[in-house]
Design a protein around this ligand. Structure first.
Ligand SMILES: [Zn+2]
Length: 366
């Protein structure tokens, strides 16, 4: 019998998702998927496949799945795929157990797996979702899905906003690392924040610094990035595509200009941002219980932010070489090439200073 309205039976687990702020349409999409899906579709499932079944963009689906993992509805799994023979490893339950040196069990090839390439993520429904069923794995079905959609890189999963907070038991063991082939990293810092605190006093200054964090976090999220951490009054964040990073920074600077305007800071002491963006390989480690990124690419990105003067972005050659970035810089402002040494590094770097059109000028060109 179908009972109408509030008397109809709704699984309790739906409320957990709602409490975590999952939008109602996504809660409904997951409820329908769980009701309809064959058992093998929810065992070691490729998150890209579930995104397709949920009718959601990949990033939104990953966000939903991470929340569902935190709520005990799914478990995560990690696999390494051999670059020589394409054979996949057994599913590993915790990221902590993924080795940074792998020997293929099939062809014995030895390789260093990367989070954005050879290491992929899967999810499996728990008994909370499918209480009466025994799990039924279907490797042929999974192989078909992977061939059609590509595996979901582990990096896409761990860079979901909230992964670090919600799935805190999935980390790399202290002292260990996992590799990333290519990551876009930005550092931002507030110009002259020491003087700003001195003039305004701690509480008032921090009020505006906090507002600036909100503006920046929203911009990073809007363009699919992850704010990894704050460092003093600055932010370190990561993206997959350099054009998304630059779009986010431009949106953040625009938001900051609006904040200056509303707050009446524009004439007196406007908040302005110094930013550096670089891309390259790096390693993921766990520090203070959180996943974090380290390596020369990270250090260079930080140095680039140090070369900025305010309302500008320092881009590395690697970032500007991206065709989409190159196109975007033309609409954003003026791009000036320059060469500079970076403290602690022997080479001279070819760099670009992008001065944004609007920022804190009275005439806005956006
Ligand atoms: Zn192999």
């Amino acid at each position: 019998m179908n009972l109408p309205g509030k008397f109809s039976r709704q699984p309790v687990w739906l409320d957990g998702l709602r409490q975590h702020g999952v939008p109602e349409d996504q809660v409904g999409a997951l409820r329908r998927l769980v009701a309809k899906a064959a058992n093998h579709e929810l065992v070691q499932a490729n998150p890209r496949y579930l995104a397709e079944r949920l009718g959601l963009p990949e990033r939104e689906a990953l966000h939903l799945l991470v929340t569902a993992v935190a709520g005990g509805l799914f478990t995560l799994g990690w696999q390494t795929t051999c670059p020589a023979c394409d054979a996949s490893s057994e599913t590993i339950q915790n990221l902590a157990e993924v080795d940074n040196q792998v020997q293929c069990h099939f062809c014995h090839f030895q390789f260093v797996p990367h989070l954005d390439d050879e290491i992929s993520a899967t999810v499996t429904a728990t008994a909370v979702l499918r209480p009466s069923e025994k799990q039924h794995d279907d490797p042929a079905f999974r192989a078909d899905v992977d061939a059609r959609l590509g595996k979901t890189p582990a990096l896409a999963m761990i860079n979901v906003p909230g992964f670090r907070q919600l799935v805190f038991n999935q980390t790399v063991p202290e002292g260990q690392w996992l590799g990333v082939k290519r990551l876009v990293i930005f550092f931002s810092d507030l110009r002259q924040s020491t003087a700003f605190y001195h003039r305004r006093g701690d509480a008032d200054a921090y009020h505006w610094v906090h507002q600036h964090f909100q503006v920046m976090f929203a911009a990073v999220e809007q363009f699919g990035g992850t704010a990894v951490k704050t460092i003093g009054d600055g932010i370190m964040g990561v993206f997959t595509e350099p054009v998304d990073a630059l779009n986010a920074i431009a949106a953040g600077m625009k938001g900051l200009a609006e904040l200056n305007e509303t707050a009446g800071l524009a004439d007196d002491d406007p908040l302005s941002l110094k930013v550096g963006i670089h891309q390259g390989s790096c390693i993921v480690v766990t520090l203070n219980g959180r996943l974090d990124y380290f390596g020369e690419t990270v250090n260079i990105a930080a140095r680039l932010a140090g070369l900025a003067q305010g309302d500008d972005v320092i881009l590395s050659q690697e970032v500007v070489a991206d065709a989409y970035v190159c196109q975007l810089t033309e609409s954003l402002g003026d791009l000036h090439p320059f060469a500079s040494q970076l403290s602690g590094l022997p080479d001279c770097f070819d760099l670009y200073r992008l001065t944004l059109k609007s920022a804190n000028q009275s005439v806005t060109v956006w």
